[in-house]
Design a protein around this ligand. Structure first.
Ligand SMILES: *Cc1c(COP(=O)(O)O)cnc(C)c1O
Length: 359
């Protein structure tokens, strides 16, 4: 067996220690004679796994009982419709900030349910920056403000939280758990698991309980946050194995020293890579410096005719999945929590070598 360095945007790398632990428990979980995949979700064993994962996450992110923590299915994309269905109430408008491809998808879906006021957009700048908060045009009659703290495709990240006097909703799919945040500043946080939480098939929703119970009457039960909160996310069969894996990832993060420790590592990893890119004319990253993502680092080569050669050379050296998103081209290194610093060092070493050979 030889594991390579995986820079995939999602499903993404998982901590090797977590995979090893899951492997050890695969056939016979804690001497019960069956795997987690084969357990009833109502069994004492699985309920302990599920509650343990929630407790670990609450500890990691310091989440109070004012918030429900839901383990659901459907991906972050399902939340694009769940959010308006749960939060619009009798309002007809919602505010959205458009900072890239994922914001756009959220806006498109929400437009089925309400009028969307695009409070700010960086589309004219080709999503290379975050519109300064002074310029935002928020509709006060809106039910909430939705934004995307990290644009996974464009590599643009917010390092500040908008202060507005309405519920604030954040698609944290690709930044959650990468650094400490104050959950109390938000009302709904959601994230597909396959970036920084665990395997795909699980979606995490953290929702302020005071806002629940007002979903549109036609909301499918499986999209109603209140239904999931009341049932401990077990109104139907939950994504049990992914939930278990997420719990192992949460335990691993606690062992690493929690989110402050992860932030220090992530800052080091991303700074190294950006510094290298900035120091070499052969490579470029288009994002304004203050808004560069610590999780997703897109970059281009001076000559895009060399892209193919760059990627095949990377693959030969065990550096996988560096191809940029099909909508933007170029390269993208996703360096989530589970991507070790050694992977970034190896990438930089290869980039140096490739530039020297092709400049
Ligand atoms: C990956 C991603 C999504 C889509 O997630 P799915 O789980 O595939 O639906 C949405 N938003 C952001 C920011 C993402 O990174």
């Amino acid at each position: 067996m030889s594991r390579k360095f995986n820079f995939c945007a999602g499903p993404a790398a998982l901590p090797e220690a977590v995979l090893t632990k899951a492997q050890g428990e695969m056939l016979d979980w804690h001497g019960r004679g069956l795997s987690v995949m084969e357990m009833s979700h109502r069994s004492e064993e699985f309920v302990a796994i599920a509650e343990g994962a929630e407790t670990a996450l609450r500890k990691l992110m310091n989440i109070s009982d004012e918030f429900a923590v839901l383990f659901v299915q459907g991906g972050a994309t399902q939340q694009f419709s769940a959010v308006p269905m749960n939060l619009l109430g009798d309002k007809a408008v919602a505010n959205y900030v458009n900072t890239g491809q994922w914001s756009k998808k959220a806006i498109k879906e929400a437009s089925k349910y309400c009028e969307v006021n695009v409070a700010a957009t960086s589309e004219a700048e080709n999503f290379s920056c975050i519109p300064s908060f002074d310029s935002w045009n928020i509709d006060r009659s809106g039910a909430y403000l939705h934004y995307t703290p990290n644009e996974t495709i464009g590599g643009v990240e917010f390092f500040w939280v908008p202060q507005v006097d309405m519920p604030i909703v954040a698609d944290m799919s690709s930044t959650i758990l990468s650094r400490p945040i104050d959950v109390n500043q938000f009302d709904v946080i959601y994230a597909g698991a396959q970036k920084n939480i665990g395997p795909s098939g699980l979606t995490l929703v953290i929702a302020r309980r005071a806002l629940l119970g007002n979903a549109h009457p036609l909301t499918p039960s499986m999209l109603d946050y209140k239904v999931h909160d009341d049932a401990g996310s077990m109104s139907n069969t939950p994504p049990a194995y992914a939930w278990y894996m997420a719990g192992l990832v949460f335990d691993w993060l606690l062992e690493q020293g929690g989110l402050a420790a992860m932030e220090a590592i992530n800052l080091r990893k991303s700074s190294k890579l950006y510094n290298f890119i900035d120091a070499h004319d052969f490579y470029a990253n288009p994002v304004e410096i203050a808004s560069r993502s610590r999780m997703n680092v897109p970059f281009t080569l001076a000559d895009s005719g060399l892209d193919k050669a760059f990627l095949s050379g990377a693959e030969e050296r065990g550096l996988l999945n560096l191809k940029g998103h099909r909508s933007v081209g170029g390269m993208r290194a996703s360096i989530y929590n589970a991507v070790p610093e050694a992977a970034v060092d190896a990438l930089i070493g290869y980039m140096q070598e490739f530039a020297a050979a092709n400049a």
